[in-house]
Design a protein around this ligand. Structure first.
Ligand code: ZN
Length: 230
């Protein structure tokens, strides 16, 4: 499923007929625009799939390609070339938005390699008690009670400074847990980037679990913020 640059199949340029890799937006021989490539978001920018990316280089390449795809450059081009320039522009916009964001990039790569990122469970996560991370069961139980009390007090028009303070404390705690997940993810990135197939597989599992945990925690933080009125 994962496409690696070196193994990409060469295809012939529609204009000059010389073969080139099919992830190229422009023919390296005659510079003509090519039909939208079949590769992944990484290959669009000439990158290998990696979780640690040089974001400055990615941005530079994005802007370089955006300029090359600018509609003004295709004002006198054929219909196909015009169409391809629009399709390629949409593609590099999506690719850039996905790759520059650490979480989206991680989710995308996991999907690319066929590891389920658990995204399907987003809606169900909050209702399904079994999805509460095991080490957080007690805290989440307590937090939910605090949230419920604060909601009721709010509805009754009461201001309970004590419950406010304990919710703020809980917020700090869960934000810290989120930060911890993010540092764990960064460690996983490096292991995945440098690992062989077995190491990568193991790390993929870890990242899927970390992303699930992250979603769960950010929902909790969102709930706390909501009841605190932030
Ligand atoms: Zn060509």
């Amino acid at each position: 499923m994962l496409k690696v640059l070196d193994s990409a199949v060469p295809i012939a340029c529609w204009s000059c007929s010389i073969g080139h890799n099919d992830f190229t937006l422009f023919c390296p021989h005659c510079s003509k625009i090519q039909p939208p490539p079949g590769g992944d978001y990484f290959s669009v920018f000439g990158l290998q799939p990696r979780l640690n990316l040089d974001l400055a280089a990615l941005e530079q390449e994005f802007h370089r390609l955006s300029r090359k795809l600018h509609p003004d450059r295709f004002a006198r081009a054929g219909e196909h070339e015009k169409e391809w320039s629009l399709a390629d522009t949409a593609l590099i916009n999506d690719a850039y938005r996905t790759l520059k964001d650490p979480l989206r990039r991680t989710e995308y790569l996991l999907r690319l390699v066929g590891a389920d990122s658990g995204e399907k469970a987003v809606g169900a996560a909050r209702k399904d008690v079994s999805r509460v991370p095991a080490d957080l069961l007690e805290e989440v139980f307590e937090l939910n009670m605090q949230i419920e009390e604060a909601r009721q007090a709010k509805q009754a028009g009461d201001h309970d400074a004590e419950s406010q303070a304990s919710l703020e404390e809980a917020q700090q705690k869960f934000v810290a847990l989120l930060d911890a997940v993010d540092s764990d993810l960064r460690v996983s990135w490096t292991v995945w980037d440098n690992g062989d197939e077995a190491a990568r597989k193991a790390e993929q599992k870890k990242m899927v679990a970390l992303l699930d945990r992250r979603r769960y925690l950010s929902n909790l933080v969102r709930d706390i913020k909501e009841v605190l009125g932030e």
